[in-house]
Design a protein around this ligand. Structure first.
Ligand code: SF4
Length: 655
């Protein structure tokens, strides 16, 4: 069967424009169409699922935007929309707009206006509204005949009106007036579709016209095709097509109205191709060895009847239904099941077509496995048993083998739990002659791991905080699974406190939030920190310390440049050499030793760099100044020393 598409079919310019306008409004607040955007229920439904809702009247629209569809509306609708503070998105087709303006201008010039079209069509109503009071609709030559005489007659056409019919009506109208002005506002899109449909209908056996049943231009296309003497079916969707319409048909034509989306035309075309194959199949004599698709139409205990789209039904004996042979055919198939069948013998004197499901499954299985192996695609298999060296699996009804080393990424000691599981497997060796199918689950898991790693590395960035699960603990740190890839928290990054063993902080299986310190996609390394998602206790501890304060501390370490003094547990400051004593000091050992308790003055706290600078010398001077103050408040002359003798050095240095 030859299927021919009409040269001009489907969406016209105006409809396409209206639909694009509607799609452009999606997601921009409430949006409504005044009436269906086009006469196609399937597309109206699609749009409404995306928030473009149809309203029948402006009163039904509470607020937002209103789309004027390609058919256009009368001037009063714009006024009403404005009065209701609705934003108008005008998708009136420019051709319709032209017809509306022609009607208005003719009326303004004093012509009585005749709109040639269907009175109830929304476009005609909109044109009439622009013509004012002196207007009528003429649909048929009879209407034209009945029109009273007018001095001046202005004629405007519905854009989708058939041009032949329009000419006939105009000829009659010429006899009904003294002066006539004709505005031929028929749109070429309509004309093109109509002429293409007529041309096609004249050369094919059957026409299929696709489009909404409420679409005037689609119905008109169907009518024109019928007028050519061609059996014509008007359908809205592919589901309405019936195979019987095409029995014995050599050529079929398809056309579609201006409001029919391409996807519906494509569905109709595909469905007809399917019919073509089925009809072809039906015509050809069946050959043994052919594989067909069939539908189970009857199940007895020991045989199954299958509709294979051929005259008569085929039968599958129980022994050909499955392997091992089931006790009852209903254990394997049910009525309505779609199955593959292998023709064992065509119908003959000894009975109907004999079929085998076992053979078909086997052939189809090998084809599928070969195709999967070639395309490096996975297949699904069910583990039936643990066998020597691995697992036996069933794939599409044939038996395959998964070696133990290919079951998982890590070695699996006990394979028994896999029995009964359905696994995704990659064929690694297929040899039909030797009936050998070797598969790997390990490769599937590795590929999956790699895919997840790539995906993770592509979205992971330094500085992020992510959630993971502790997967492994080592002496030097903890591995955290971030979704298929492990990152490492070094032991020093586990806590702000000193950690001797990572298990002091986490256990395997713990869910943790971690800070991403470094990502190295090349080396596939991710460095994480647990302590950086926690508040640094250093800040809490230094909370009570102030610059200028004098505190006691313990010397913890001596360095070339000074001595470290712990002023609070875990918080150390540095006493620089120059601040160790009130004299020149060459090394810290001259003044202090590790473990010694000293009094220090806090010179500065650098929170950003977590540094505290201390001074022993200034602490001593402060203490001596305090002594001096005390001394002044007593009677100094009773001490037997002069002030200069006791405190003279304090005046040589600024504290
Ligand atoms: S058929 Fe013509 S007038 Fe009507 S919407 Fe399409 S392009 Fe516009």
């Amino acid at each position: 069967m030859k299927i021919i598409l009409a040269e001009y079919r489907g969406f016209c310019y105006g409809v396409k424009r209206a639909i694009e306008t509607a799609y452009a409004c999606i997601g921009q607040g409430p949006v409504y169409t005044l009436g269906p955007i086009i006469h196609n229920p399937q597309l109206v439904q699609r749009l409404s699922e995306q928030g473009v809702v149809m309203a029948n009247t402006l009163e039904q629209i509470p607020a937002g935007r209103v789309i004027i569809r390609s058919h256009g509306v009368g001037p009063e609708v714009y006024d009403q929309a404005r009065a209701r503070s609705l934003e108008v998105v005008d998708a009136t087709c420019p051709h319709v707009r032209k017809a509306q303006q022609a009607a208005r201008q003719l009326a303004e010039k004093g012509y009585y206006v005749a709109v040639v079209g269907e009175p109830n069509h929304p476009e005609v109503k909109s044109i009439v509204a622009w013509a004012g009071e002196r207007v009528t609709v003429v649909e048929t030559p009879a209407d034209a005949q009945n029109l009273p005489y007018h001095e001046q007659l202005g004629v405007v056409a519905q854009t989708t009106f058939a041009s032949d019919q329009f000419n006939t009506i105009v000829d009659i109208l010429k006899t009904k007036c003294r002066e006539i002005e004709v505005s031929r506002t028929i749109c070429t899109a309509t004309d093109q579709r109509q002429q293409a449909a007529i041309k096609l209908a004249r050369k094919v056996d059957v026409m299929v016209v696709v489009g909404g049943k409420n679409s005037a231009n689609t119905s008109r296309l169907a009518e024109l095709c019928r007028l050519q003497g061609c059996p014509t079916y008007h359908v809205e969707t592919a589901q309405e097509l019936k195979i019987d319409w095409f029995t014995g048909v050599q050529t079929v034509g398809i056309t579609a109205g201006a409001s029919t989306p391409d996807w519906i035309i494509e569905e109709v075309y595909s469905k007809m191709q399917e019919f073509d194959q089925l009809l072809d199949q039906d015509m050809k004599p069946l050959e043994p060895g052919v594989i067909l698709k069939g539908r189970v139409v009857g199940v007895r205990k020991d045989e199954v009847f299958v509709d294979i789209g051929h005259k008569g039904e085929g039968v599958i004996p129980l022994t050909e239904l499955a392997y091992p042979v089931p006790e009852n055919a209903s254990d394997v198939v049910s009525e309505g099941d779609e199955i593959d069948v292998y023709v064992l013998a065509p119908e003959g004197d000894d009975g109907p077509v004999k079929l085998s499901k076992v053979k078909a499954d086997n052939i189809v299985a090998w084809e599928k496995l070969q195709a999967a192996a070639q395309a490096n695609e996975t297949v699904t298999g069910k583990v039936t048993a643990v066998v020597k060296g691995g697992l036996a699996v069933s794939l599409y009804g044939v038996r395959g083998f998964v070696p133990a080393s290919q079951v998982a990424v890590q070695h699996v000691a006990d394979l028994t739990p896999y029995v009964g599981q359905t696994l995704e497997l990659l064929p690694i060796e297929i040899d039909q002659a030797k009936q050998k199918i070797v598969l790997s689950r390990r490769k599937v898991l590795e590929q999956e791991q790699q895919r997840r790693a790539e995906e993770l590395f592509s979205r992971l960035a330094e500085g992020q905080i992510v959630t993971g699960t502790v997967s492994r603990i080592a002496d030097f740190g903890v591995f955290v699974d971030l979704g298929g890839v492990d990152g490492l928290i070094h032991i020093s990054d586990l806590s702000w406190h000193r950690v001797k063993n990572p298990t002091e902080v986490v256990n395997i299986g713990d869910e943790v939030q971690v800070f991403v310190q470094k990502v190295d996609p090349k080396a596939k390394r991710i460095s994480l920190s647990l302590k950086r998602v926690q508040r640094d206790p250093w800040y809490d501890v230094v909370e009570g310390l102030r610059e200028g304060m004098t505190v006691a501390g313990k010397v913890t370490k001596l360095a070339k440049f000074g001595a470290f003094v712990e002023v609070k547990p875990g918080v150390e400051g540095l006493v620089h050499l120059s601040e160790l004593a009130d004299r020149r000091v060459a090394s810290a050992q001259e003044v202090v030793e590790v473990g010694q308790t000293v009094t220090v003055k806090i010179l500065g706290i650098d929170k950003e760099n977590k540094r505290i600078s201390l001074s022993i010398a200034q602490a001593q001077q402060d203490a001596e100044r305090a002594d001096y103050q005390r001394f002044l408040s007593q009677e100094s002359n009773t001490l037997g020393v002069t002030i200069g003798e006791k405190f003279g050095h304090l005046f040589g240095r600024k504290g």
